[in-house]
Every structure is written in C-alpha cells, then in structure tokens.
Design a protein around this ligand. Structure first.
Ligand code: GDP
Ligand code: FO1
Ligand code: CA
Length: 325
C-alpha cells in the first residue's frame, strides 16, 4: 500500500513513527510511506539554513531525537552556541545544539553547491535510515518559503518570522494574520503532487492545522490533488478536549478566525477530508449538524504518551482509511 502523509514537526513525527511501528506488525504489507513536510518554519540563522519540521521528522524516524523536547538531538551539547554568545552574535533565543548544527552546516553546504532542498533532504534521510524503512521524505517545495506573523503593537503593525513569534514570544502577542513569503510562487517539490494523486491512503497526522498542515495545503496544486485523489483522506485531530496537546495551535486558529474545536479543524479540511479521528473527549461535539455530513468520524484516546500509544492511534487512522476504500 502506498501511504502519503502531510506533516509538521513533533505531532507529525511522533504519529508517523507510530505508523511505521504499527505497519511493521501487520501482515498485509509491504507498505511505503511518503511524507510531505512543512518548510514554512524554515529560517536562516548564522548563515545556515535550518528546517525545523524536516529535521524533527529525520531525527524522530531515525532514532536521534531528544525525546523529552520532541525536536533537536538527543545527547546534545551547546559549545558552538556558547561561542556565538561570547561574540554577541544573535539570535540567542533559538537554541541550536552542536549535533544539530552539523545538519544545518551540511544542508547549507549542499544547497550552496546548487542541490535542491529535495536532493539535500534525500541525502540527509539516507544517514537517518529512512529509505530502509520504506520512507521517502519530501519537502513540500524546493522554493524557500517562510511563515511570518503580523502583530499589532501600539497601533502599529509589524511582521516577525514565525520562529520569533513561536519561540521568543511564546505566541503570547496575538497574531493578526500569517503571511507566507514565497508560497504563491512555490511549485510543489518533485514527487509531491504525484504522491497524493497516486496514493492508496492519505493521512493527515495531528499536526498544527494552521502553521503546519495549513502551509502545506497552500502550496499550489496540493489542495487540488487532495480533492482529486481516489485515495481516502483521513485526518487525526491535534486537539483533545478542544485544546492543543502542546504548542500554541489555539493561538494560530484564533488568528485565522477559527474556533478551537475539533469540528472547526475538520472544517478547514472539509473539501477533501473523508475520515476524521477524534479523541473520545471530543466525540460528542462532532455530532453537531453539518459537521459530520459526508465525513466518517471515529473516536479513540488520542494522546501519544509513548510509541505504543502512537502506534495504536496510527493503526486506528489507517484502519479507518482502509474502511473507506
Ligand atoms: P510542530 O511543527 O513541532 O509544532 O508539530 P506539528 O505541527 O506536527 O504538531 C503540533 C500539534 O501536534 C499540536 O497542535 C498538538 O496539539 C499536536 N499533538 C502533539 N502531541 C499530540 C498527541 O499526543 N495527540 C494529539 N492528538 N495531538 C498531539
Ligand atoms: N523550539 C523552542 O521552543 N525553542 C528553541 O530554542 C528551539 C530550537 C530549535 C532548534 C532546531 C529545531 O529544529 C527546532 C527548534 N525548536 C525550538 C522547535 C521548533 O522550531 C518549533 O517548535 C516548531 O517549529 C514549531 O512548529
Ligand atoms: Ca513546525
């Protein structure tokens, strides 16, 4: 079975690691997984290109992630950051570890040599053993795209990079809107649209619906491919009891004028979504008239406490999709 998934960072990576674990125990394989990763979070720091969601996927699926944080490397040290601080180099609000720096250095070197982000990501994925697991990791586009957040302070509007809003400001200043620089002219990366069109199953992990999945959906052609694919498209709610499990998805939803409910998140995908997996706590709220028409909704506990829980949830989403074929 050809499975295609759109993904952000931590929520996407943990779900997809669970999916691979689940698939390894099934007898109906072989299955392949193509991941279309969000690159709107990308940022250039100290002259190096950093791709947080792509790296979170690489490290999580490759067994090198800092489990507690969900992003960055396990067993990390911060000697380089200390040196940068001693020089007064900024920013200091974004924590880059020494091991992680290795990824950004080699990525930036290969990009400077003229390789595309897709090519670079494929080389990075080899080191992390993704091809052996049947996984292809594609950036959504090879064109540099950056999500910016428009803020209003003292009656004045200004835009900051998404990472500055998310990490430095902790999303405490309300976002007026998101502006995704480069997205309108960002062609989908090679293989992205075909991976959706030719999939047997398309999954939306519980990634941030606005700044992860929402950005991938903004790549020209992606939404049309999802509408047109014969594969069932099944999503997993990132909200439990109407609240994000981690991060600031509620602040992102509020910025685009959408309620923090699992029904409202499903509404963002209503033109292509066939199945929606929600937490037991949200099952009742999905019964509201109009939210379930043409959409198969199932409920189960959606907290990914560990690999086993993530595998159970991913198995639930996969089975829901198989039932819709
Ligand atoms: P990011 O790029 O690192 O922010 O990660 P994603 O966009 O892939 O995922 C972030 C979303 O994952 C957040 O909105 C969380 O609510 C959601 N999330 C994180 N852990 C869990 C979990 O255990 N269960 C569910 N259902 N959602 C989760
Ligand atoms: N998130 C933080 O909250 N603080 C950090 O200092 C930080 C550093 C960082 C470095 C590399 C990387 O790949 C990710 C990093 N993140 C950090 C996570 C990340 O940028 C955000 O959680 C996501 O982009 C939000 O979607
Ligand atoms: Ca992200």
């Amino acid at each position: 079975m050809r499975i295609t998934a759109l993904a952000g960072g931590v929520g996407g990576a943990r779900f997809l690691r669970g999916l691979l674990h689940h698939l390894s125990g099934r007898s109906d394989g072989p299955h392949t997984l193509t991941i279309i990763g969000n690159t709107g979070d990308d940022i250039t720091l100290f002259g190096l290109r950093v791709c947080p969601d792509i790296d979170t996927l690489l490290y999580t699926l490759g067994g090198g992630v800092h489990e507690g944080q969900g992003w960055g490397r396990a067993d990390e040290t911060f000697a380089v950051q200390g040196e940068l601080k001693a020089y007064g180099a900024s920013p200091q609000w974004f924590g880059l570890g020494d091991r992680d720096f290795g990824t950004h250095i080699v990525r930036s070197q290969w990009l400077a040599q003229g390789h595309t982000l897709s090519e670079v990501t494929a080389r990075l994925a080899q080191r992390w053993g993704l091809p052996e697991q049947g996984v292809t990791l594609l950036p959504m586009t090879d064109v540099p795209v950056e999500t910016h957040v428009v803020l209003e302070e003292d009656g004045e509007q200004r835009a900051v990079h998404f990472q500055e809003w998310w990490v430095r400001m902790q999303a405490a200043v309300p976002a007026q809107r998101f502006v995704v620089a480069g997205l309108d002219r960002a062609a989908a990366a090679p293989g992205v649209l075909d991976a959706i069109r030719n999939a047997d199953v398309v999954l939306l992990p519980p990634s941030n619906p606005v700044v992860s999945i929402g950005i991938v959906l903004g790549v020209p052609g992606v939404r049309d491919a999802l509408r047109g694919t014969a594969a069932p498209v099944v999503g997993v709610s990132p909200l439990i009891g109407g609240a994000p499990v981690r991060g600031h998805a509620d602040a992102c939803l509020s910025a685009i004028g959408v309620e923090s409910t699992t029904a409202a998140v499903a509404g963002l995908y209503s033109d292509f979504l066939d199945g929606w997996l929600v937490d037991d706590a949200d099952a009742a709220s999905m019964q509201a008239p109009g939210t379930s028409r043409g959409l198969r909704v199932e409920a189960m506990p959606l907290l990914m406490r560990d690999l086993e829980h993530a595998a159970r949830i991913a198995g639930g989403a996969f089975d829901l999709a198989l039932g819709l074929r």
